[in-house]
Write a protein that binds this ligand. Sequence first.
Ligand SMILES: *Cc1c(COP(=O)(O)O)cnc(C)c1O
Length: 426
Amino acid sequence: MNLADRDRQVIWHPYTQMQTSGLPVPIVRGEGARLYDEAGNEYIDAISSWWVNIHGHAHPYIAEKVADQLRKLEHVIFAGFTHEPAVELAERLLKVLPPNQSKIFYSDNGSTAVEVAVKMALQYWHNRGRKKQTIIVLSNSYHGDTFGAMSVSVRDLFTQPFWDLLFDVVAVDAPVKGREEDSLKQFAKAAERDDIAAFIFEPLLQGAGGMIVYDHEPLDRMIGLCRERGIPTIADEVLTGFGRTGKFFASDFLRNKPDIICMSKGLTGGTMALGATSCTEEIFEGFLSDDKRKSFFHGHSYTGNPVACAAALASLDLFEKKETWTDIERIAGRHGEFLSGITSHPRVEDPRQIGTVLAFNVTTREEPGYLNKVRDWMNDYCVSRRIVIRPLGNVMYLIPPYCITDDELGRVYSTLSAMLDEFPAE
Ligand SMILES: *Cc1c(COP(=O)(O)O)cnc(C)c1O
């Protein structure tokens, strides 16, 4: 039996209808922006393997640092004990995070980084004896798949079976182009409530909700309003962190800095699962007390895993190279050129870009959204031409690793252009 058939016997894949989906592509090796399957076919990874990869696959420098760490210390309990990679990573993250950030709390992935942030904000108020438990969220938001993360995400198809079990939030329309004033009005009204515990948002780019890009100006005003009213703000930078938007963090575009920041995805360069939540000194001090009940009783078996921290440190080393940043600019420039070439295509709607992320909607007569059939057609078209993509319904996007070459980008663009011209009539 080949690998795909063996997989089908024993594996249940994420976000996959196992009855109707085709067999998965067995990948045996990666290098740079390329992946290789069992038969030796070469694929270009145009989505950074679910938005995580930064410097390329099987990066030799990260591999070396991870191997070194594995031979020194693979793991140690992180309550009552500590180790060099966790401390050094926190020191170095605080150097690149907005200057108001003061402490780092480790976890395992993006959803847990969000759970930690939400629990921090809620308990911050609980510890002060204040009953504030309502969180303001934006429409289209996606913050992860655990219960707290689902609760602060938009009520959509992904979470429908659990709607009754999710805690209530106040949803405000995202401040997308042309809707800023309306959104701000809704926001101001929500922020006036006296039970608001926090405001959570994906800064400037709403990812899984459809790669929606919005301006920093209205967000700055929302955070400013929260500051006036003493409402903690949570930036979910799980997707936008580590250069994706052209700056280290999307929060770097803001004048008003968030109080809590969630990181994962690119944190380890896409090598290992690791989450981190940073916060201001004020949030941290809200948990200091002689009373043990005010502690933050949250942790995971693998909190602060030394090997994952070593991968993140190696990735940060690579961010210190000028080339990483010139690559980000190069990709942003190439994306812009490609987009201006397809803007007038009859199947292209709302072309948009931020940093290394490019997206457009494909016009379709069917109901747009995640279940749209045009999604499967586009996916098959590109993957059969050995370009790894994963459209969100009728939303096509690229989010490549920064090491992707101009040549590889060219192949991806020409495949997309041909795809646009070859759409079957509806
Ligand atoms: C992917 C994502 C998450 C969830 O991260 P996981 O590691 O998949 O749990 C949370 N927030 C945002 C903005 C994301 O893009």
